[in-house]
Design a protein around this ligand. Structure first.
Ligand code: AP5
Ligand code: MG
Length: 194
């Protein structure tokens, strides 16, 4: 079983690369951002709770996110080769909770991959996507807030994985295909050591 975390700032390519990795390795792709947007679109209680937070570039509460992930793991655990976690964990509390959830099922995280992209390129990508995405958070003001929140709340997650020897990083600024090739190398290295 392969369990991979794809970590990175807004616009770093988490969703794009997670989709390709999920296809190649037949993994279940869990994007907490997609899950939250689906709740908002359906107008559920969760959606109402997080709508304003997301639209303003703030994070949803840890306990809500962890319980959503727990439900998805339970729903898919019997028939899957593993999971790719996209945009989760984003806080140290979430990272600890993920370890506990996997441990409960006798599983471990294979690797956490940090997608590194310069800030200017992140902003350019998100502004471009904002022209067609319909996402309430793809405008300059909220993009800047998302980048700030990422620095404050999510960068400590990197240390958590570095300390436990599960950290890997790639420069994710080339073409999608070239980036994917590098990520596949990292995954193969994590699986078999060469
Ligand atoms: P989420 O949906 O995860 O948004 P994000 O982290 O801001 O990242 P994005 O989805 O915008 O970008 P991405 O890294 O997936 O890049 P993509 O592949 O799309 O979260 C949204 C919100 O939900 C958060 O702000 C928070 O409020 C809440 N939330 C989510 N998870 C949470 C959690 N765990 N805890 C608390 N709150 C949570 O690429 C971006 C663009 O660039 C695309 O147009 C793509 O086509 C393009 N692109 C990608 N790669 C390349 C490339 N190599 N070359 C050229 N273009 C590229
Ligand atoms: Mg995404």
């Amino acid at each position: 079983m392969l369990n991979i975390v794809i970590f990175g700032a807004p616009g770093s390519g988490k969703g794009t690369q997670s989709k390709l990795i999920a296809e190649k390795y037949q993994l279940v792709h869990l994007s907490t951002g997609d899950m939250l947007r689906a709740e908002i679109a359906k107008g559920t209680e969760i959606g109402k709770k997080v709508d304003a937070l997301i639209s303003n570039g703030n994070y949803a509460p840890d306990n809500l996110i962890v319980s959503m992930i727990e439900q998805e793991i339970d729903a898919h655990k019997k028939n899957c080769n593993g999971f790719i976690f996209d945009g989760f964990p984003r806080t140290v509390a979430q990272a600890k909770a993920l370890d506990e959830l996997l441990e409960k099922h006798g599983k471990k995280l294979t690797v956490m991959i940090d997608l590194h992209v310069e800030e200017k390129l992140l902003i350019d990508r998100l502004l471009k996507r904002g022209l067609t995405s319909g996402r309430a958070d793809d405008n300059l003001e909220v993009i800047k807030k998302r980048l700030e929140v990422h620095k404050q709340k999510s960068l400590p997650v990197l240390d958590f994985y570095k300390k436990s020897g599960r950290y890997a990083s790639v420069q994710n600024s080339s073409t999608i295909e070239q980036n994917f090739e590098q990520i596949v190398h990292l995954i193969e290295f994590s699986i078999c050591g060469f």
